[in-house]
Design a protein around this ligand. Structure first.
Ligand code: T4K
Length: 398
């Protein structure tokens, strides 16, 4: 049997002979999740699989890996990109690349991987509060957190909205600090036509299944020069420079050929995916703007957004009921909105003992984390479901 026929058979609706080989859960059909991966037509992926089968090159900087690095750099408008098996390993490697040590200033309002990457490198995270409008690291509060041990800043472009990159750059330059952006949410986001990924010393992307651009799992580091790109490439491949030379304590963090092949195919569809997300975001924006007690993030004119997430912020007093009540009401109706990011990273056991993790140090983040709810947004979400979400949000307000 041809490999492709076999795969189609495993995934076929009718064929449940091998239940252990399928994730298809029929009850999920009725559920609306915060996100669903955007995938190209399966038949377009089969030739890539056949080619990989034939070549027997599965990983280690194969053809698709090399090609995706070229095509992604061009698409994103960045000089150098190095692909990774996931965003977390890319973050770990970015810190190793710049030999970051000591203390790093970061945000508590992110996915936990941001801070875990510091912890795994033996670096002490120093949490600084966020701004109340876009929920990114507040540059006005960074300087007070700098100590003689500070070596870098690790901000996150949360929900894909750019940090104040100009202010952060000024502070970093004044104090001789490195800047690594966790740009996991910021695929193809631009400021005044320039990729947000070009700011800072390095930027890190995630191509996880839940992201705007997915390669199943995956990630990348964006850098400015060839020398840095080389160091990143060594570090993600055990430190090997050639067959017998190991230049440093690297790790295995390489993207494989299946991921890279999917990435190449995804590039054909990515603009379509983003424009569908935009339509959904515009509908939410229009329909929810009249509801008292619900705040949305404003679009920024100079920014090309990617609509990765659609967070709303609920003022319990004005809306009449709490964020958690609305979250549970959605659930009762098969709508799985998510509280990204609750709890704050600073509240997890590994970090809550740190001085900078105290709620008094992070009043804005502590408030926002109790208000935020991310509504479903993904290209295949149909408008009937969007209407259902809007109506429920409207009708649930007291
Ligand atoms: N930095 C930031 C700022 C990040 O947001 C992330 C990842 C990272 C770093 C690390 O990058 P990676 O190492 O992951 O590349 C999800 C993702 O697992 C995580 O990648 C993402 N951030 C985070 C914001 O969200 P969960 O625990 O919410 O995932 P999960 O499995 O509950 O998925 C959410 C929904 O997505 C599901 O209810 C249904 C849908 N889904 C999910 C998967 C995995 C699918 O339809 N298909 C799927 O395969 O963390």
């Amino acid at each position: 049997m041809l490999a492709s026929t076999k795969i189609l058979k495993v995934l076929g609706e009718e064929d449940l002979k091998f239940p252990a080989l399928t994730n298809v859960n029929r009850s999920d059909d009725e559920k609306v999740f915060v996100t669903r991966p955007s995938l190209p037509p399966l038949e377009e992926f089969i030739p890539y699989l056949e080619d990989i089968w034939k070549s027997k090159v599965l990983t280690n900087n194969g053809f698709y890996h090399q090609q995706l690095e070229i095509e992604l750099a061009e698409y994103l408008g960045v000089p150098y990109i190095s692909l990774f098996s996931n965003g977390t390993l890319a973050l770990l490697n970015a810190l190793q690349t710049l030999r970051i040590t000591g203390e790093v200033i970061t945000t508590p309002f992110s996915f936990v991987a941001t801070t875990h990457a510091l912890h795994w490198n033996g670096i002490k995270p120093v949490f600084v509060d966020i701004d109340p409008v876009y929920c990114n690291l507040d540059p006005a509060k960074i300087e007070a957190a700098i100590s003689p041990q500070t070596t870098a800043i690790l901000p996150v472009h949360v929900y894909g909205n750019p940090c104040d990159v100009y202010e952060i750059e000024k502070i970093a330059d004044n104090y001789g600090l490195k800047v690594i952006y966790d740009a996991s949410h910021a695929f193809n986001v631009k400021i005044n036509g320039e990729s947000v990924l070009n700011f800072g010393d390095l930027s890190v992307l995630s191509f996880h299944a839940t992201k705007v651009f997915t390669t199943f799992e995956g990630g990348a580091i964006i850098c400015h020069d060839e020398k840095t790109k080389k160091r990143i490439d060594f570090l993600k491949n055990f430190g090997f420079a050639d067959e017998v030379t190991v230049v440093g304590p690297g790790i295995n963090a390489k993207m494989n050929e299946f991921q890279a092949a999917l990435g190449l195919l995804q590039l054909k569809y990515i603009d379509e995916y983003i424009s569908k997300r935009k339509e959904i975001a515009q509908t939410y924006r229009k329909e929810l703007s009249s509801i008292g007690g619900i705040r949305m993030l404003r679009e920024i004119e100079s920014v090309k957004h990617n609509y990765a997430y659609f967070p709303i912020f609920i003022d319990e007093e004005k809306y009449g009921t709490s964020r958690d009540d609305l979250y549970n009401k959605f659930k009762e109706n098969n709508i799985y909105a998510r509280r990204y990011f609750y709890p704050l990273i600073s509240q997890f056991p590994t970090y809550r003992g740190l001085e900078s993790a105290s709620p008094e140090n992070l009043p804005i983040a502590e408030k926002i984390t109790k208000e935020v709810l991310c509504l479903p947004i993904y290209p295949s979400l149909d408008f009937e479901d969007v209407s259902g979400i809007v109506n429920l949000t409207k009708n649930f307000a007291l």
